[in-house]
Structures are given as structure tokens and as C-alpha cells.
Design a protein around this ligand. Sequence first.
Ligand SMILES: *Cc1c(COP(=O)(O)O)cnc(C)c1O
Length: 426
Amino acid sequence: MSDLRLSVNLVLNDELQRATEYYHQTSGVTSTMVQTAKERLERYAPLLAYLFPELEKTHGIIESPLMPIKAFSDYGEAGGYWLKGDHALAVAGSVKARGGIHEVLEFVDRLSEEYCLMPNNSVIDLLSERSLEVLNKYKVTVGSTGNLGMSVGIISAALGMQAVIHMSTEAKEWKKQRLRDRGAMVIEHDGDYALAVEEGREEALADAFSHFVDDEQSISLFCGYAVAGSRLKAQIDELGIQVDAEHPLFVYIPCGVGGAPGGITYGLKGEFGDYVHVFFVEPEDSSCFAVQMTHLEQPNISIYDVGQKNDTEADGLAVPVASQLAVKEMRPRLSGVVVIGEDNLMRDLYLLKEQSDIQIEPSAAAALSGPRAIFNTPEGAAYIEKHGLAEHMPRANHIVWATGGSFMPEDEYKAFWKRGKAMVKA
Ligand SMILES: *Cc1c(COP(=O)(O)O)cnc(C)c1O
């Protein structure tokens, strides 16, 4: 007998509202802020294309493909299954690209105004000697389990700034090395992600020339992530995928603090309103968002408070406390959180490679359990019933958000793949 333990649970969000109820909400993040983030990424595109030759093809826009995948055997009947390939995002190799790069560019915009670094109103001015001299005095600091550090570190160093990345114990060695190779300074901590963030925050606040990218509270980061919404809408239109009352769209996104999936959800709800149903996915020993959503009366509740240990191979999701910014924005928008067993990660990482030849990291593989939760849990059935979706399910489209992986060294990937293979064959 194999001791494979596939498990999937769905926690529904009772506070989900109809889009008409939160569209006019005026506190917090606004659609104008997201639009500004989108325009900023476009304005900087020529500079990014110059700094990163791999962006020449897309003229400096960092975006990932939406591609069809084969359904897993325990998925239900649907119009189509798709994978959003952020594992292949250029420069950062993960979902952290849009948010992390946006926040660093917003900081550069502020410096540019203060020091008048763009006299010709062109981002190319930032390559001038005087600009580089100014930028080099500044430091961008961030706490990370790995991927946010890569995104922020690589762009900051490329723009001539110093990058200081505080890494938690979960951070993989190759991610630290990749950053060091690009000129970033990596500080290793023995503690978890929350501690790495705290240390980074303290160090940065004590330094007037330092900007701290706050993964738990940053609106700039959140808005950068949210840009994915309108970009995905354009891809959906281009592929001719229908999204309306008769063609619901389900989206599943791996969740750590909730900032990246929260931003994406914000963007998607803005584009598709009630026709899109978004679910986060978390490992069962690091399910901080599910824990927070079920303990709304206790802000900043930690997974340790409910007996979880933060022990998971999904390094990008190994987070003890949810972002309160993300929680606030998700309360009316998020459909629910899927909580999965550790074995799902390796098995699905393996199966995706075998079935669709796509290579992703364990954190990203979490998303593949999303459809499974809709079709194989009582809560999934209850959700379909409550929202009157039963008759539309055969035409529904499902998108699993593959959040990272293409930079993973081959031997590292292979080790995960082998573990998954052993589970399937057992
Ligand atoms: C960071 C990350 C996530 C989750 O993003 P949060 O903002 O922490 O919720 C998901 N997948 C991967 C690969 C990541 O690096």
C-alpha cells in the first residue's frame, strides 16, 4: 500500500458579495490606482527592454501566456482547462514579477521627481551617469521566502540601486545564489518569513536612503499584481473564451500572504465581476489565509496559534500570517480557500509534466488542486448550488495559476518530479 495522502478541503467565504455591492467602495485600493500601475509598467517598458534583452520580443512588457492543459482524472466536465503560465514570466520567473517590479519603479519615479532624473521625460534618461550616481546611493530592502526577493532584487540591481534581501529559512539555496550573482546582498535568517520581513523593515526604517518593500502592507505591490486582471482579460478575448452568466470562469491561485493572489483577484473581479469565481490554494500546514478568514475577529492570527508548523515544500506559500491588506480587499471578493495535503504538490507537479510538458515549482503546483476542490468536496457542490451554476458547469472555464518555476535548477526540479512519480506508481 502506498501511504500517499491526497487531501483537499474547501473553506468557503461567507462574506462574498455581488460586484454591485463593492464596486463603489471608496476606501482602500481603487481601480484608478491599478490603472496607474498598468501605465507605469508601460511607460518603463522601453527601459526594461534595454536592461533585459529577453524582453525585446514583447517590447519590455513582462507577461505570461494562457495555455490549454489536459484535465486531471478527478476534474469534472467543463468548457476548458487552462494554465496561466507565470512560471515562465521573464526576469523574475514567478508571479512576483508584476508586483515587485512595479513597486521598485514607483520608488524610482519618486526619486526621479526629487532629483529631476528624467529631464527629457524619458525613462531612458535613467541610464545617464548622473542618474546612476543618484540611484546607486539608494537601497531597496525586502523580506522574502525567495521569489519576491528575486523579483525586487534583480530589478533594483539592474537599475543601479543596492538590493538587500532578507531571506527566511525556507528560501532555497539556488534563489540566494541567483541573487548574489546579480549583485544583490542576501541576508539569511534562521526564522520564518514573518521574522525576515520584520528584520528587513527595521533595518530599512533606520536608513533614509532605503526603501522597504512591505509584502504584508504595500499598496504599490498589490496594484502591480492587480495589473494581471486586465491583461488576462485581453488574452481571454483573444482566445475566444466566453465569460458571462452562462459561461462562468473559475480561477485558482496559490496563496502565501495573499498579496499576489489578492491583487490578481482584485483585478479579475474588476474585469469580470460576478462571472468570475476566484479561489486561493494553500498547503494544510501553512494555511494562513484560510485561518484568518475563519477567525475574522482575530486580526493577525498566526498558523502557529491553531497548531500548524509551517512545514511545506511550497516555499513560496510557507507564510504564518496573512496580509491584512489582502484580507480586507478579499472579504467581499474571494469565493473561498482550498486547503491541500502536501502530497498533492509533488504528484501534480509530476502529472503536469507528463500530461502537458509544463515544468513548475511545488508552490505553483498547489493551483492544480483547485478544480478538484470544486468537483470533489461537499463545499464545492454547495457553492455551485448556492450560485445557481449547476447547469452552466459543462461550459465553465477553469484557470489554474502556475505562479513560479522556470528558473528552478534542473536537478532540483528532477528531485521533486521523482518524488511525484513514486507517488503515482506506488
Ligand atoms: C509568493 C508566491 C505565491 C503567493 O504570493 P503571496 O503574495 O505570498 O500570497 C504563490 N506562488 C509562488 C511561486 C510565489 O512565489
